[in-house]
Design a protein around this ligand. Structure first.
Ligand SMILES: [Zn+2]
Length: 317
């Protein structure tokens, strides 16, 4: 059989709070076909699952039309998974809590399915196909609606004894700081996520842009020279650097990969972030670590989910 015929195709899914991305992916990380639709979880769990399954069936048929077979599916979902595959907690997808999503999708789509935290999926994606490729050990930080992270140690995703490791966004950076949805105070996520940047800018009186004040609008104001908008980004960079200095001291990582919408404004907070790492971490790990932008953008999640599915199937053969 020619080598091409042997290539495994997997389905990768990234369930975002807003967008649901599904893709048919080759083992080498090429997306052959993709569907992007609104997550629309408010219509209810059953309708959400019906739509997800329908799009995965369509992609599976697309593979068959190419004369290929889908070996497995991987689902990246924002929330905490325990090792039994149950989604334990998800701020954006509350109606999926307590559900074994992988099990349901496997039954209805007819392929082995794995589910993992969305930031972990992105970390695997960047490690396998993107900015993390040259490194055995890296932390991928996704600066989006929240602050997610995935930790790769010696080439493998580290999920901890209970499956919930690498909650970098919930490191405390301000002991008496802003309340966080996790129940703690002063979590990094309350200063460096897109929603925190928007909230802090509104509190500081940054003027909206075309009636909106999201993180991108705050960045645009900062680039125009608004000192209040600049201060919000500098503070985000400072807290990111403080948290990363501890991680760097703890793990002596080769790289930190920054993704998500906020990372696009790296020019507004990168210098501060690097200065905090240099000033706070020991010189050896501080000089070693490279802080890089992700290369895969919004595709990191689907690519990592598909790669995880492929690895699970390969491992069980
Ligand atoms: Zn928190």
């Amino acid at each position: 059989m020619p080598a091409r015929e042997l290539e495994t195709l997997c389905l990768g899914v990234d369930v975002g709070g807003t967008n649901l991305r599904c893709a048919l992916v080759t083992e080498s990380g090429t997306i052959l076909e993709r569907h992007c639709l609104p997550t629309d979880i408010r219509s209810g769990r059953e309708l959400f699952l019906d739509r997800l399954v329908q799009h995965l069936q369509d992609l599976k048929q697309g593979a068959e039309a190419r004369g290929k077979r889908v070996a497995a599916a991987g689902l990246g979902v924002p929330g905490l998974f325990s090792n039994d595959g149950i989604l334990r907690s998800s701020v954006n997808l509350v109606s999926l809590e307590g559900v074994n999503l992988a099990h349901l999708v496997a039954q209805r789509v007819g392929v082995p399915t794995v589910a993992l935290n969305d930031a972990n999926a992105s970390a695997v994606g960047e490690q396998r196909y993107g900015a993390g490729r040259p490194f055995a050990s890296s932390l991928m930080v996704t600066l989006g609606t929240g602050v997610g992270a995935g930790l790769i140690l010696d080439g493998r995703l580290w999920t901890g004894i209970d499956g919930v490791a690498a909650e970098f966004g919930h490191l405390t950076v301000e002991p008496e700081g802003r309340r966080c949805g996790c129940g703690n105070r002063g979590c990094l996520e309350q200063y460096a996520s897109a929603s925190a940047i928007a909230a802090l800018a509104a509190e500081a009186g940054v003027a909206p842009l075309a009636g909106r004040l999201d993180a991108a609008a705050v960045a645009a104001r900062a680039r125009e020279g608004c000192p209040k908008a600049q201060a919000v980004y500098v503070r985000a960079g400072s807290y990111l650097g403080i948290a990363l200095a501890s991680v760097v001291n703890l793990l002596n990582l080769e790289a930190v990969v920054l993704g998500g919408g906020v990372a696009e404004s790296f020019v507004l907070f990168g210098d501060t972030l690097l200065k905090e790492i240099r000033e706070r971490a020991f010189p050896i790990p501080a000089q070693r670590v490279q802080v890089l932008r992700g290369m895969l953008g919004d595709d990191a999640g689907v690519l990592g989910a598909a790669a995880t599915a492929g690895a699970v199937v390969a491992g069980s053969r």
